[in-house]
Write a protein that binds this ligand. Structure first.
Ligand SMILES: CC(C)(COP(=O)(O)OP(=O)(O)OC[C@H]1O[C@@H](n2cnc3c(N)ncnc32)[C@H](O)[C@@H]1OP(=O)(O)O)[C@@H](O)C(=O)NCCC(=O)NCCS
Length: 175
């Protein structure tokens, strides 16, 4: 399927007034989070949500929260830097991500993850330490994240989802 050109996609922070009623990413938890909880999470400073707009329609979203991850010794030693090992590494988590089912496989999910990385590397790391982007990936989304460069976290076991991380160091150096 053809990709939607990224210059036709907009990213806006969630606020009241968006019509979210038609949004359906085929996952009832992700749908209801966006429609019922995301604004409260935002005003409570638990997660900030960004919407993807295409032709004035909300076709995707992600939510970000702060996070920290533990790495196994071998993972720490494989990091390009630093050489000293930390107990926990600061991170930002993609807490939720969904693309409207009518728009999957058109590059929207990739646009959203890259937008999240750009925001974290371009804004957050300039103010506070943050080395990784993390996600607890749904089974059906693991390959999607792998294609974007995420790897599995060995140390962190989750009840649901596969804990994954993306190392921002190259983004940070470029910035
Ligand atoms: C997972 C999801 C976000 C992907 O969004 P998308 O817009 O379809 O992704 P893209 O079009 O950017 O796909 C990028 C690449 O990943 C691949 N991909 C996407 N979903 C995939 C899947 N489920 N399994 C394997 N590969 C997948 C695409 O084929 C594409 O490969 P290509 O670059 O070789 O063409 C979307 O399918 C979705 O919202 N799913 C339901 C909710 C969900 O699972 N959210 C994740 C919560 S952790």
């Amino acid at each position: 399927m053809d990709k939607i050109p990224t210059d036709e996609l907009d990213l806006v922070k969630l606020s009241s007034g968006f019509d979210l009623s038609a949004f359906d990413c085929n996952d009832s938890d992700l749908n209801s989070f966006l429609k019922e909880d995301a604004l409260t999470y935002q005003t409570s400073s638990l997660a900030v949500t960004y919407l993807c707009l295409y032709k004035n329609q909300v076709i995707g979203y992600f939510s970000l929260s702060s996070d920290a991850i533990r790495l196994e010794l071998e993972e720490k030693d494989n990091l390009a830097e630093p050489k000293q090992r930390l107990g926990e590494y600061p991170a930002v988590k993609i807490a939720r991500l969904g693309v409207n089912k009518s728009f999957v496989n058109q590059g929207v999910g990739t646009f959203l993850v890259k937008a999240a990385m750009g925001k974290i590397a371009g804004v957050i790391v300039k103010e506070i330490g943050c080395r990784f982007v993390t996600v607890d990936a749904y089974e059906q989304a693991i390959e999607f994240y792998k294609k974007l460069g995420f790897v599995q976290n060995l140390a962190k076991k989750r009840k649901s989802g596969l804990s994954m991380r993306f190392d921002l160091i190259d983004y940070i150096k470029l910035g």
